[in-house]
Design a protein around this ligand. Structure first.
Ligand code: TYM
Length: 332
């Protein structure tokens, strides 16, 4: 049995990419592993959310985990900031992480844009905190979407740097788990851009809280091309929007992209869109309904998160004591 850690930021707009690339896989994995599913609110601070939004979005992510099928009795669901050891270990790791490693992070480059000097330290150090999240629990497996691959590699490098620096074999190197289907769900408006919470257009993504009419409208408006669907994925190359819709359909139906191309061979996109809308509604609306009901009772949700934080804190405190011992802190 391995130990899983993964998380989602509490930045609002939780979407189909987060569901297919992450949460759904966690649900499928949860019974075979020991799990820590975190709401990484400290990471979302890099976008400076208003305090009220941050509180609302934190609970919204927690509700999404549970509504999608994470069992809070067997999996530990908790808020990152409730376990201070994450920040403590991030500092220790920042003393072992060369700037050159951080300079290579493509997500920082994309987010900082041209005005690098104006970007905040938190955004730059973001992957170090992420490494701390993962390694604090001596995690073995990290199920994420493809966009997190580079951050995972950095976490492995940091684990190696710690072990080397202190001459120990303390941290095991965590393995990323990135599934083939839906590892990178693309924008509904531009098949070359990732579906993301920060895209200014609501029509670029399906929110996990969208109602059935909104889902139908967004799929109707989704960009396609004028060709018919080819019988093989290979023949669809250069048609990113079309491939994206086929990929989403494949993920929701537990089919391969090849199977879906064969199923829709020669069809117009309107036929795919109708069936895709039905699938999305069948999968997402029950999750939305459950989320709405969970969010009506924030006290119960908070109690659940507190219980999760207690469980996570116990392991975090134990490991932190060992880590401090290794690095020479005089722990009392
Ligand atoms: P975040 O909040 O951006 O995304 C959460 C998860 O959703 C996946 N994802 C996608 N998958 C497929 N297609 C997409 N368009 C798409 N967009 C997002 C992400 O890959 C991720 O798995 N840095 C992380 C949060 C984090 C974390 C961690 C994850 C902090 N600490 C430790 C794992 C382990 C992030 O920003 O995720």
């Amino acid at each position: 049995m391995g130990r899983i850690f993964s998380g989602i930021q509490s930045t609002g707009n939780i979407h189909l990419g987060n569901y297919l690339g992450a949460i759904r896989n966690w649900v499928n994995l949860q019974n075979a592993h020991e799990n820590f599913f975190c709401i990484v609110d400290l990471h979302s601070l890099t976008t400076l959310p208003a305090p009220g939004d941050m509180r609302r979005w934190t609970r919204e992510v927690a509700a999404a985990y549970i509504a999608a099928g994470i069992d809070p009795d067997t999996s530990t669901i908790f808020v990152q900031s409730a376990v201070p050891a994450h920040s403590e270990l991030a500092w220790i790791f920042s003393c072992l992480t060369p700037l050159g490693w951080l300079n290579r992070m493509t997500q920082f480059k994309e987010k900082a844009g041209k005005h690098r000097d104006n970007a905040y330290l938190g955004l730059y150090a973001y992957p170090v905190l992420m490494a701390a999240d993962i390694l604090l629990y001596k995690t073995t497996l990290v199920p994420v979407g493809e966009d997190q691959k580079q951050h995972l590699e950095l976490a492995r490098d940091i684990a190696g740097a710690f072990n080397r620096q202190y001459g120990v074999d303390y941290f095991t190197l965590p393995d990323p788990l990135i599934l083939k289907v839906a590892a990178r769900v693309m924008s509904l408006r531009d098949g070359t851009a990732k579906m993301s919470k920060s895209d200014p257009s609501d029509y670029s993504r399906i929110h996990i809280m969208d109602d059935a009419d909104t889902i139908a409208l967004k799929i109707r408006k989704a960009k396609t091309d004028s060709g018919a669907i080819a019988g093989a994925a290979q023949e669809m190359e250069g048609r990113p929007e079309a491939l994206n819709l086929l990929g989403i359909y494949a993920a929701l139906s537990d089919l391969s992209l090849e199977d879906v191309c064969r199923q829709f061979e020669g069809a117009e996109f309107s036929a795919l869109k109708t069936q895709l809308t039905e699938k999305l509604i069948a999968v997402l609306i029950p999750i939305r309904d459950k989320m709405v009901s969970l969010l009506k009772d924030p006290d119960s949700l908070d109690a659940l998160l507190n219980k999760g934080a207690e469980r996570a804190s116990a392991l975090a405190a134990h490991n932190m004591r060992e880590i401090k011992e290794i690095i020479g802190c005089v722990t009392l």
